[in-house]
Design a protein around this ligand. Sequence first.
Ligand code: NAP
Length: 551
Amino acid sequence: MQSKDHDVAIKYFDAIVVGAGLAGVCAAYQLRRSGISARILEAGGGVGGTWYHNRYPGARCDIESLDYSYSFSDELQQEWHWSERYASQPEILRYINHVVDRFDLRRDIQLNTRVTQASFDEAQERWVLVTDAGEVFAARYAIMATGVLSVTQVPSMKGLEDFKGEWFHTGDWPSQGVDVRGKRVGVIGTGSSATQLIPLVAEEAAHLYVFQRTANYTMPAQNHPTKPEVEKEWKQHYPDRRRFAWASGFGHNQVTNHLSGKEMTPEACLAELENRWRLGGLYMMRAFKDILTDAEVNDVAAEYVRGKIRAIVRDKETAEALCPRDLYIGTKRLCSGTNYYETFNRDNVTLVNVKNKPIDCVTGSGIQLVDGRSYELDVLIFATGFDAMTGAMTKINPLGRNGLSLREAWAEGPKTYLGLCMTGFPNMFVITGPGSPSVFSNMVTSIEQHVEWIVACIAYMKQHGFSLIEPTLHAQEEWTQHVTQMAGKTLYAKSRNSWFHGANIPGKPVVFMPYVGGVGNYYKKITQVADNGYEGFRLSAASATPEFSGH
Ligand code: NAP
């Protein structure tokens, strides 16, 4: 559709969705179903978001596949077969593409299109979004499905431009893969991405150097092919399974021990920990109800894992270096991998502890530490994480009312109402934004809860003749304080050196970003807000009649 008052052809929709990862695809489906016209703009060359870009060897989800999947279509969940307990990146990407094709969503999705500007046109009561190709879109609603771990962080390291080998970031892995066979490879980082990648790279590289600054806790994933009886049981009881997940603490079906570690005998604690180790991955964090609130209970679990590391890793010095210290288990995101600690028993793997003797620079031929030690490398892999939760939003830096920029609004840390909306940014919704359970949950559950809420809100506004929705400052302040207060009751408040706090990005305010009050409680809260006529929001009737309809 042509604009009447501009030279550029503006394309009008009811809603623009930014991003076609799991959140954007879910939004595409639900908006279509509700008759709300939408265009989904995706920077990548394909759909999938996180699962499109994180193609590093070993990338897989650490929530069980049967749980980490959409619930919005029973046909879909019945017909799709997950081949493994924890799906690999290629399988999840196939799944997302399947969903897009099965529900004919591709025609609403525009790939290779990066949104570079978003500004609220107060007179017309609409968002205007500009892309890197200079296209202009206008829509009453802007739905930001920009992802929480989508802006990669390569630490500034002097000399990187001189490196003669190849270097990569795990979150921006080339689609053709990286050939490490017979090469000297360095991996910087020992978080979730690194712990998945390291064992596989070690199998092919001539030598692998792992540069570790902070040892984290890595659980064995205990992955295996999907058991037919498990799949059958899930498919028979999917509605119950989903209901359970939506009302649970973390948005999935992992069972929690409802006892405090202090109510149990040492023998019972040990048995529980052994059971959690066998169950694998994130199950460890459900070992005791107070594992994340009581330092002593947390230490019982931490010491148990340190014992496992010492039992697996043969070289004593390496084992000790791999043992996390001064770090409550789970306060840096728990890692889940396969043969991670075992990999350090290989002759071609060297752990380089850069905690006290950090990396000084990258040279033409490798890495040099401050003490002068140097490592010759052909390939350097940054597994150094992301500008999490806010990075993708502040990169676009939307301009709201009176030209207020999101970077200004979030200068002291992100402020949202319910992790969904921001004062000063009417009709903008963030899917799994800061202040919602988000990274603290099964992301697919949190995405579906948000999309359901947003689409219902838009439908409500249409039905009641409202054109604008915006949280009151009071509601936003109260919610932001509540998010901080909830985190303050946990060990996260004492362990601020993590991306949960934004501490991995120089200059970023150190504020705990996700909501830890539980997925089920959170869902109750947002449902109640909507049922009470969107309490905490200001809704206003249309004062302008912009042209919205188009495809
Ligand atoms: P991350 O957890 O932020 O880990 C980054 C690693 O790089 C840390 O070990 C960090 O050390 C290190 N690092 C950063 N800058 C450094 C420097 N200048 N020198 C030395 N070391 C440096 O990033 P990630 O592993 O990509 O994971 C991010 C999140 O993505 C995870 O926490 C998880 O939520 C998600 N994820 C999930 C899965 C899964 O489902 N299995 C897989 C991958 C990622 P410090 O700790 O000392 O800062």
